[in-house]
Design a protein around this ligand. Sequence first.
Ligand SMILES: [Zn+2]
Length: 301
Amino acid sequence: MYIIIDRLVKPLLFLAALLMLTISASFADHHQTSPSFAEVQVTSNILMLQGKGGNLALLSGDQGLVLVDDDYQEMSAALTDVIVGKGGLDKLTYIINTHWHGDHTQGNLALGDHATIVAHDNVRTRLLSAQEVKLFNMKSEPYPEQALPSVTYKKSLSLHINDEHVELIHLANGHTDGDSVVFFRKANVVHMGDHFFNGTFPFVDVGTGGNVFTLTDNIAKVLGLIDEKTKLIPGHGPLADKQDLQDFHTMLVATSSTVKIMAEKGKSLEQIQAAGLGAQWNSWAKFFSEEVWISIIHSSL
Ligand SMILES: [Zn+2]
C-alpha cells in the first residue's frame, strides 16, 4: 500500500513543484515590466551599462558625466534613474554617439536637452533624415533638433573633463560610415562602438557605409593602439580585453577570406552558405547565424 501511495504521490508532488515553478516564473515575468541596466564597474570612475541595445559607458567625476551611447527609447527611464543616482541630469555634460543606430542613439530623444551630443559628421547627417536597416526591417524617422549631435567632427576629437582625456577617433567604413572609437586615455579604457561584437559574428551595416573588409583593417589598427591592460567595452557582448579583440580579428580574417576565395571561384552566395565556414567558427553564431554572417561578408565584396 505504501509503495502504491509513494508511486502516486511522488509524481503528484513533482507536478505540484513544477506548477509552483511555472507560477513563480510567470509571476516574475509579470514583475519584469520595467527594464533596468546591469552595471559593470570598469574602473573607479567608469561604468559599463548593459540594457537592451548596445553597451554604454558612463564616466563620472567632479566636472560632470560623460555618457557613451544611450540605448533604445524604452530604456530612457531606466537610464535617467542611473544618471540621477550618479548626481542628476544637471551633471550630464556630454553624450557621445558611436554611430547612428537606434540601439545606441534613441536615448538622445529624452536626454538631448540635458547634454551636448557629440558624434562623427555622418551620424548627424544620417539622423537628420529617415534611415533603414533592411536586414532587420528596421526604420528610423528623422531626429528632432535637440536629439541631434550638435558637435561633430571629421577625423578625431578630444574632450578634457574629470582629469580624463576622452579621444574620439573615426574609423572609416567599418560598422557604418560614421563610427567613433572612444579612448579614455588615462583610464586605459576603450568603448569600441559596434566595431566589436565580443565573441559573436557581428552585424556590419553595409547599407549605410559599413564593410567587413575595412572593419577588419580598422580592428588591426586598434590592436596597435592598445595594450594587454586595456579594458574594452564592446558594442555588444561582455567586457573584453586585447586577447578577445585579437580573437575577433582572427575570426574576421579567416571567415571573410573563406567567403572571398569561394566567390572568386565563381560560387554563388547560396553555394557558399551551403558549403559553410568550417566547424571551428560554430561557437561564434550567437547573435547571428553563419548564414547571415556569410551574406554580410558577401555583400561587402
Ligand atoms: Zn550598430
